[in-house]
Design a protein around this ligand. Structure first.
Ligand SMILES: *Cc1c(COP(=O)(O)O)cnc(C)c1O
Length: 394
């Protein structure tokens, strides 16, 4: 039996017809930028997350950069986040010129150790980025309490957590700004790059909408006013109407070209209706694993939140051997993450050393993801359980 970590080909078979119809619609319309499907997809995400604004962008990394810039975060500022994450979280902080400040993680759920956040706050701290790692929600109430007390912004990096919820509220609606990625391997994957920003703030939405299109035109002027504390009408204007408008050649701020591709919007609209059932399937697989895997540590279920199980990550004392054993039996695995952020070469200048954030270092040597995706059949889940359980530690 050959079992991949993710089955995008199998998924495509389910959505092929709709995807092709929707892509063809874009091609026929010749409306390739800021078109109607972008707008429709943003509306769908707004209602899915229960949020006032959803803004399509080019990818999840840009979403983080735009979020930080919209909050006015840059040189001289510090942003607290988890060391056990995908590089883009930390990269975005450094990209805007701010300093990433890394916090260790919980050994059970792999998320930021909330009890270690406050000791990292200085007069330069501006924000906390909470990453819902592997789809499992952070304790947002606790994080928001700390942020409020210390007058910090909170950003959710929800790249891995679309469809997850915390105390009945959708992930992406629990902070000042949340960011999503539609990288093909994410739970809602495009057929290329894509991203989304959600926020309840009209002002932040206006700034982000301007920033993603060079900060030009009337949105750019409004964003300039907002970023400089000048009060004016701040409602953002429809980008679609700016495509052929002379206004777009008047520039006010340095922005980006970071739009969600119209063809990717067509793909995402076709796949969104499946998301909840796919996440449910992942949950069912995870529950089987929680109940039936032994000899390896695995994430427990959490009664205050619902995870979309972007990845199902176990811990093994003999990771390399277990990976080899599973590979021999046709089961693909992946290591997330082999090097925590504070020990990455790129962040050497920050002065961290081995032993500084011990839980993340412990996990980086032991974690591996096993297939838990929505296309698995019952007998495959059983096969994986058998093969993990039959592994004898040396
Ligand atoms: C995937 C991911 C990103 C980046 O998203 P891209 O769309 O690939 O740019 C950011 N943060 C986390 C935690 C991710 O998993």
């Amino acid at each position: 039996m050959e079992i991949p970590l993710l089955d995008l080909k199998g998924q495509y078979k389910l959505v092929k017809e709709t995807v092709q119809i929707n892509i063809e619609r874009v091609l026929d319309s010749a409306h390739y930028i800021n078109g109607p499907l972008n707008k429709k997809f943003e509306e769908q995400i707004k209602s899915y997350i229960s949020i006032k604004h959803a803004i399509g962008v080019a990818n999840g990394t840009d979403a983080l950069v735009l979020a930080l810039e919209a909050l006015g975060i840059g040189v001289g500022d510090e942003v607290i986040t988890t060391t056990f994450t995908y590089y883009a979280t930390a990269e975005a902080i450094a990209y805007v010129g701010a300093t990433p400040v890394f916090v260790d993680v919980d050994l059970n759920d792999y998320n930021i150790l909330v009890s270690k956040i406050e000791e990292k706050i200085t007069k330069n701290t501006k924000a906390i980025i909470a990453v819902h790692i592997f789809g499992n929600p952070c304790d947002m109430d606790e994080i928001n309490i700390i942020a409020k007390k210390n007058e910090l912004y909170v950003i959710e990096d929800a790249a891995q957590a679309i469809g997850s919820s915390y105390k009945g509220k959708m992930i992406g609606s629990l902070s000042d700004i949340a960011t999503f990625s539609f990288f093909p391997t994410k739970n809602l994957g495009a057929y290329g790059d894509g991203g989304m920003i959600t926020t309840d703030s009209d002002e932040l939405a206006t700034i982000i909408t301007a920033l993603k299109t060079h900060g030009s035109g009337s949105n750019g002027k409004k964003a300039f006013d907002l970023l400089n504390g000048i009060s004016n009408d701040t409602s953002s204007e429809d980008l679609e109407n700016q495509v052929y408008s002379a206004k777009k050649y008047y520039n006010y701020i340095v922005g980006h070209n970071s739009r969600l591709d119209e063809i990717q919007a067509a793909v995402l609209i076709s796949k969104l209706p499946y998301l909840d059932s796919w996440n449910k399937k992942r949950n069912k697989n995870a529950e089987e694993y929680n109940n039936l895997l032994f000899g390896v540590k695995h994430p427990g279920s959490n009664n205050q939140s619902y995870s979309c199980y972007h990845l199902y990550v176990i811990q093994s004392e003999n990771r390399a051997d277990l990976v080899e054993h599973l590979k021999k039996n046709g089961i693909s695995t992946g290591v997330y993450y082999p090097v925590p952020m504070h020990l990455q070469e790129v962040f050497k200048y920050l002065g961290y050393k081995e032993g500084d954030l011990p839980n993340s270092e412990y996990l980086s040597k032991r974690t591996l993801a096993i297939p838990a995706h929505e296309m698995l059949e019952k007998k495959e889940v059983k096969y994986i359980i058998d093969k993990v359980n039959s592994f004898k530690e040396k």
